[in-house]
Design a protein. Structure first.
Lengths: 534, 518
């Protein structure tokens, strides 16, 4: 039997007693430390103070005064961290590990390496204390995520998302112990990042007067995320998905507007020196604006051969330079891009690229591959000894199934149960290393009105899987739905308009409505066949 | 949106200078309360917060102020309508912003004011002088909301009415009860309500229903209350005293209940519920008794039913269902003496006999409409494809459920009947079934698709003449209007195509995206 204490994601190791203690003095909450809290930790504590004391109007200042006043019926945190350094990402799962002890007097001891582990521990306490009581005391939890990379992707190019919404998204990640916000900033449709040398790219493609992000916005978001133990991964996609780069007369030559029916797709001309001049400036801005991130995402997906074919001078260039085909041309572009990044800009940040069955350029060993193909096609990249982030098209695309930008049908909606059934599964002889996964919310039909409904609760389920994938093997399905239901209530309480996972009758009758994952034996048999085929 | 039927326009543009820009050319006491409330509703939509409604009455010649003269033939408050003439209006605006509105009653006034609001919401009015003569093609233009699967608060229902008003829609079909719960407080059998409600206060009292019916009526929207029987009625039998009138069926996962139509006690309970229903919804024009999806195998469970059928010459379950329906109707019309005509849900499988005044609510596929073609009844179209706007998000169990119907698919749909059909179309409806819908997703799922159906039901001909891109442009303007009024609607498209509608939407059928099926 699996003990989860009803938490989502479920902690790895739990020891528990049988006492229930009511939190009678919610405002007398205390945070105690032997050091002085640095500012970023105070802000993290303030964040959780607000969540824990949500229904009350409590004074945070009193909670961090370092006096040893122990009030009965109040939560008393004793926090010891090995390091007080502010981190913008973590390198291994140990850095998010934490030890948590709660005794019958509501003395809470938290031990962690740094503020990232602290954030996870505070979330656990908040989940345990959500109904103003804590059950199963004394509790001793020892916890650590299975995967280091647990994220969602948002897209600010198709519909602009304001800074405030991005911050709210971070808040939503934190209460799910998710730690990555992959920010697909630009695309064909717009380039809402204010550039220093080529501000016309931004201004020509923005949707409204102040529909773009400044350097201050970016730093604000990175700080906000770091304090809450979330890393930001910015993405600028090239050489395709760049129509927005070339909408001014000065820059129109560096892109080719692909000759498709309706959609305005653009591709960089990788044979022009001017292209690399602009690229360098954009990447320099990126490196400066995102100084404090670990990874940079350079996209690199969906470059179209037909589009390159539209411009005869490209073919000429290839002939002159011994570039055999358009695949090699893409490789050429990628090499030069990387050369600029590493040798000219001298950036230390590792690079992530999109990969699927069709997008398979050579990768250097330290490149990170984000997989957006089908799970069954992972075979295609199994010989690559790289680190992988999994965003399997089914079921991790949260945008699909509700029509595309043109009102036409676009694939199938991935139900929460589909996400639950997914596990980071690798083929035999897989040479790579799985860092984790991301759900993707592309923005063609998403804006602030639909954002949280599409992200959650499906991203909560991904979080559960990436934190503790083993739990599914032990836990009965209906108990999982109980945890999911509690998560839904929690998110509603904090004002996130998430999609309900079932109706209210089943919410009260989970055992009856969700007796097992596979409702028929036939379905189970079918799954076995699929697993066998993989 | 919807596009008016007849417009004659000039070429002048006049700015609305004054912020509190409406002056009703009337005395404050000239109109009954329900009209004053309607005027106040639009006053709130059309002017900034600081503008005082009371001060918008009186005579003025100010330029840059909309001076509204209203000619309303009847000052009777209506709770439902049955002809399209009742929503007719004539709107005339001259280049001094003198506005003449001519209507038969307050329902027409709502539509006229909505048109005026749309014309003026950018701070100016174009094409002056302007005369609009308008009337919907169908008198029934509605949505279905479902408060049985998730409880919907009174406030949310009122907000839903507000959203319909902006779209010149006129009907909420309120599917109140179902297997899962019965959130309508009954007088004799309150245990049905209390044993199935989802939280302490999540049920509707007679005060709530009266309030909702009034709120809607004042805004030109009719409420059509619905409780479903003899299927979809598990919630009736969750107490010991009433367990016998209901049979529980279904698989371990999906449980549903069907009434036992052979017990006199069933009709006792039914009569009492109908009585409550009548009292709670006295002023509505139609009621919907559904009657869909009655499981035949469910009745097999009880041998007594077979026995009863033999004794009463009922040959099969189809006739048993007809027997139930007859008795239900007898209670409604003869015992309770209710006047409201009854709407029943119909599709291929629920094809019971009908009386002449009954209304068919079609929820089958379009190509199955020949199944009811021989019935000379009024019909409301709710074709499963593409009008089911709840489909495509997975069902209550997290399993796949049908496909999502996009706004373009709804745009392509037009009310039509097979050749030779005797049905009379009175309108259409998009259903928002509630298994995976609550207040968080409500407006997301309803709009913009409901705006598209609103246009089709008001003015179906416009599609034949208007180019697709300009339709999309109007739809995007509607999206902005709704977002501005705080409705969390789903975007039509992304920001780039919003600004480039002609490029992105050149023709209706050109750009079918290839569906990835690998």
């Amino acid at each position: 039997m699996a003990f989860t204490l009803g938490m989502m994601p479920s902690p790895k190791q739990i020891e528990r007693g049988d006492k229930t203690v009511e939190i009678t003095k919610i405002c007398s909450i205390k945070f105690i430390t032997f050091d002085v809290f640095p500012d970023h930790i105070i802000q993290l504590l303030f964040h959780y103070h607000q969540l824990i004391t949500y229904d009350e109007d409590c004074d945070f200042e009193e909670s961090i005064q370092n006096v040893n006043l122990k009030v009965d019926g109040a939560l008393k945190f004793e926090i010891s961290l090995e390091s007080n350094e502010q981190l913008y990402w973590v390198q291994n799962t140990k850095e998010e590990a934490y030890e948590l002890e709660i005794d019958e007097n509501l003395n809470i001891k938290i031990q962690a390496q740094n503020h990232w582990g602290l954030a996870r521990a505070l979330d656990t306490v908040n989940q345990l204390a959500i109904n103003n009581e804590i059950e199963n005391l004394p509790i001793d939890i020892s916890d650590e995520p299975q995967y280091i990379h647990r994220g969602v992707m948002i897209d600010t190019a198709r519909n602009f998302l304001p800074v405030k919404l991005i911050k709210r998204t971070i808040d939503a990640l934190v209460i799910n112990k998710l730690n990555v916000l992959h920010w697909h900033i630009t695309d064909d449709e717009s380039f809402p990042l204010l550039l220093s040398n080529y501000s016309q790219i931004t201004n020509n493609s923005k949707y409204q007067k102040d529909g773009y992000f400044t350097k201050e916005d970016v730093q604000d978001i990175i700080q906000y995320a770091s304090i809450r133990a979330v890393q930001i991964i910015p993405e600028i996609d090239t050489p395709a998905h760049v129509h927005s780069w070339g909408r001014s007369s000065e820059l129109s030559e560096i892109i080719i507007t692909c000759d498709t029916n309706i959609k305005q797709y653009g591709q960089l001309d990788p044979t022009l020196e001017f292209t690399y001049e602009v690229l360098k400036s954009v990447m320099q801005d990126l490196n400066d604006m995102f100084a404090k991130v670990q990874f940079i995402h350079f996209g690199g997906d969906e470059a179209s051969i037909q589009c390159f074919e539209q411009k005869p001078s490209i073919k000429e260039f290839m002939d002159q330079h011994g570039i055999a085909n358009y695949f090699d041309l893409q490789v050429y572009y990628r090499k030069r891009q990387k050369d600029i990044w590493i040798n000219q800009i001298k950036s230390q940040k590792k690079i992530i690229y999109w990969y699927n069955k069709k997008d398979q350029l050579p990768a250097d060993q330290d490149d990170i591959i984000q997989w957006w193909g089908l799970s069954s096609q992972l075979n295609e990249v199994k010989n690559r000894p790289n680190s992988f982030i999994l965003s399997d098209f089914h079921p991790l695309y949260l945008d699909i199934g509700v029509g595309n930008a043109f009102g036409d049908r676009y694939d199938k909606y991935q139900a929460w149960k589909d996400v639950y059934k997914w596990n980071p599964k690798i083929p035999h002889n897989f040479q790579g290393n799985i860092l984790g996964g991301e759900t993707l919310l592309w923005g063609e039909t998403n804006n602030q009105n639909t954002h949280f409904q599409k992200l959650f609760l499906r991203s909560s389920i991904l979080s559960d899987t990436l934190w503790n994938p083993e739990i599914k093997k032990q836990e009965q399905f209906w108990k999982f739905t109980q945890r999911l239901s509690d998560m839904e209530d929690r998110m509603n309480k904090y004002g996130f308009p998430v999609s309900p996972f079932t109706h209210s009758y089943c919410k009260r009758q989970l055992q009856q409505c969700f007796p097992q994952l596979y409702s028929t034996k036939l379905e189970l048999l079918f799954m076995f066949i699929i697993v066998y085929l993989i | 949106m919807p596009m008016p039927k007849a417009i004659s326009k000039g070429d002048q543009v006049v700015k609305i200078e004054n912020k509190c820009s409406i002056k009703y050319q009337a005395n404050e006491n000239q109109y009954p309360d329900f009209i004053m409330e309607l005027l106040e509703h639009f006053h709130t939509l059309m002017t900034p917060k600081q503008c005082n409604f009371k001060e918008s009455f009186g005579f003025t010649n100010d330029l840059g102020v909309m001076k509204i003269f209203m000619h309303i033939e009847s000052l009777e408050q209506l709770y439902g309508i049955d002809t399209t003439q009742q929503e007719q209006y004539r709107l005339q605006i001259d280049d001094q912003l003198n506005i003449q509105i001519q209507v038969n009653n307050h329902w027409g006034l709502v539509r006229a004011l909505n048109t005026l609001n749309q014309l003026s919401d950018k701070g100016e009015i174009n094409h002056l002088p302007l005369i609009i003569e308008d009337e919907p093609t169908y008198s029934y233009r509605g949505i279905l909301i479902d408060s049985a699967r998730h409880f919907l608060s009174v406030q949310l229902i009122e907000r839903t009415v507000d959203s319909l008003v902006m779209n010149s829609m006129n009907t909420i079909h309120w599917h109140i009860t179902d297997d899962e719960s019965f959130p309508l407080l009954l007088t004799e059998y309150p245990e049905i309500t209390h044993s199935t409600k989802y939280s302490e206060n999540s049920f509707y009292t007679i005060n709530d229903t009266t309030r909702i019916v009034e709120y809607a009526s004042k805004r030109g929207v009719q409420i059509i209350p619905s409780f479903d029987s003899p299927g979809h009625s598990m919630s009736w039998g969750m107490t010991k005293e009433l367990a016998d009138i209901m049979m529980m069926c279904g698989s371990t996962i999906k449980q549903y209940g069907v009434l036992d139509p052979t017990l006199e006690k069933t009709y006792q309970v039914l009569e009492s519920i109908l009585r409550d229903f009548y009292q709670m919804f006295k002023k509505v024009k139609f009621v919907n008794f559904a009657g869909d999806e009655v499981s035949k195998t469910c009745w097999d469970q009880r041998p007594e039913i077979k026995q009863f059928m033999q004794e009463n010459n009922i040959n099969d379950y189809y006739e048993l269902q007809s027997y139930y329906r007859r008795r239900q109707k007898q209670l409604w019309k003869e015992v309770i003496k209710a006047e409201q005509d009854i709407i029943y849900l119909y599709r291929k499988e629920d094809n019971l006999p009908l009386d002449k005044e009954d209304i068919i609510h079609w929820w089958g596929y379009t190509d199955q409409l020949p199944d009811v073609a021989d019935k000379p009844n009024r019909i409301i179209l709710m074709d499963y494809f593409p009008l089911f706007i709840d489909a495509g998000f997975g069902n209550a169990f997290g399993n796949p459920y049908s496909v999502y119907h996009t706004w373009k698919e709804i745009y392509k749909w037009t009310p039509s009947l097979p050749e030779g059909s005797l049905n009379i179309i009175i309108g259409g409806e998009v259903p928002m079934w509630g298994e995976t819908n609550n207040q968080n997703t409500h407006f997301n799922k309803l709009y913009m698709r409901t705006s598209v159906i609103a246009e089709t039901l008001w003015n179906p001909k416009i599609k034949e003449t208007e180019i697709f891109a300009s339709f999309v442009k109007r739809l995007i303007e509607m999206e902005d209007r709704m977002t501005k009024q705080g409705f969390a609607v789903t975007p039509v498209t992304h920001g780039y195509c919003r600004k480039n509608t002609e490029l992105c939407f050149p023709i209706l059928n050109e750009n079918e995206e290839q569906i990835i099926t690998e």
